[in-house]
Design a protein around this ligand. Structure first.
Ligand code: NAD
Ligand code: WQD
Length: 337
């Protein structure tokens, strides 16, 4: 299949490009590089042993430029990663998040419809569950009250895409609710490259390990969890990337609407991650306990069985692999790309 990959220069997009090429598909990438660099695409091309990808540096909100790109290519499906994702920034600048994520997706849908490409895989998030009604979270679990504008954009866009599919059954819409992606490609050539101080746990840990940050702040040890720190379902980014390949197969079989949790089904605490990282990489991560981070939920992990049953997808990497590969990326690229 020929795939339009929006946001393909980013963390998850770059890893997914490698997997879709490995599976025999081809891709055209569009990205405005607001949170990424062209270097990731150069490295993806090396890993895929292709000279380069068709790449358009454009903003998906810019209908005219996007329309020009559509004139040059015909697509079988779109994998839509493009969006802003920093939770804290979304609280400070909600309009920016609603404008970029929602407007961008609406323009994209219009263009896909116009060019008769009615197949889309959307990067959704576990955050649409809000404070989950049950753990492990199944897809039956009702969506909840989101704690920040970023999460609302995901929740709203899920609704938009479901309505599009409901109105026109020619659409195939796969909503992948990612849990917590970490890790990097085994080669150490591509990985997560945050701007400034990392918001998320794993990039913060790897920056402590490389000496860029003094110590990790652990946000709260008084949660009702085994060791008091927050529990999450961490998923290796390469496993996550492979879920998109499985979703493309479902689309080829005209799946209609599909909603899937993409996680391992196992919950690990902050201290589990720190200890595993230290053990597999033979390093010390100094940390200090701080107060809880506003908006954080004590514990969540998913039941990923629906994805296994219907998409034939299952996570293969464990927390050790994730810690090893995250460090391998950081060690080989102390300053990112
Ligand atoms: P990322 O920031 O690395 O990648 C997103 C890419 O989209 C970037 O390259 C950015 O430049 C591009 N982009 C943003 N707005 C754009 C626009 N208007 N036009 C064109 N390009 C634009 O983020 P990621 O971690 O790779 O996440 C990919 C997707 O998955 C995002 O939609 C994100 O919200 C979602 N997601 C991420 C996580 C996570 O923890 N990383 C979890 C759940 C869902
Ligand atoms: C994990 C755990 C923190 C940093 C976020 C988004 C979510 C999704 C994935 C996109 C928590 C603790 C963290 C630190 C810490 N993204 N922590 N010290 O908050 O589960 O999810 O990324 O959709 O929307 O909210 O991930 O990595 O920030 O935190 O103690 O410096 O690590 O409190 O328990 P989170 P995270």
């Amino acid at each position: 299949m020929q795939i339009l990959v929006t946001g393909g220069a980013g963390y998850i997009g770059s890893h997914t490009l490698v997997e879709i090429y490995k599976a025999g598909h081809t891709a055209v990438v569009v990205d405005n590089l607001s949170n990424s660099s062209k270097e990731s695409l150069k490295r993806v091309a090396e890993l895929c042993e292709v000279k380069e990808f068709p790449f358009y540096q454009l903003d998906i909100r810019d209908k005219e430029t996007l329309a020009e790109m559509f004139v040059n290519h015909k697509f079988d499906a779109c994998i839509h990663f493009a969006g802003l994702k920093a939770v804290g920034e979304s609280v400070e600048k909600p309009w920016l998040y609603y404008e970029n994520n929602i407007n961008g997706t609406l323009v994209l849908i219009e263009m896909l419809e116009k060019h008769n490409c009615k197949n889309i895989i959307f990067s959704s998030s576990a955050t649409v569950y809000g404070e989950p009604a049950e753990i492990p979270i199944t897809e039956q679990c009702p969506k909840g009250v989101c704690t920040n504008p970023y999460s609302w954009t995901k929740s709203m866009l899920e609704q938009v895409l479901m309505d599009v599919q409901k109105a026109d059954k020619e659409w195939n819409v796969v909503l992948l609710r990612y849990f917590n992606p970490i890790g990097a490609h085994k080669s150490g050539r591509i990985g997560e490259n945050p701007n400034g101080i990392p918001n998320n746990l794993m990039p913060y840990i790897t920056q402590v390990a490389i000496g860029k940050r003094e110590k990790l702040n652990v946000f709260g040890n008084d949660y009702n969890t085994a060791d008091g720190t927050g529990v999450r379902d961490y998923i290796h980014v390469v496993d996550l990337a492979k879920a998109h390949v499985c979703a493309l197969q479902a689309i080829e079989k005209q799946c209609g609407l599909g909603v899937y949790n993409i996680g391992t089904g196992k919950g690990y605490s902050v201290l589990d991650v720190v200890k595993t990282f230290e053990r597999v990489n033979d390093l010390k991560i100094p940390y200090t306990i701080k107060s809880r981070r506003p908006g954080d939920i004590a514990e969540y992990y998913c039941n990923p069985q629906k994805a296994e049953k219907e998409l034939g997808w299952k996570a293969e990497n464990d927390l050790e692999d994730m810690c090893r590969d995250s460090w391998n990326w950081q060690r080989n690229n102390p300053n990112g790309y």
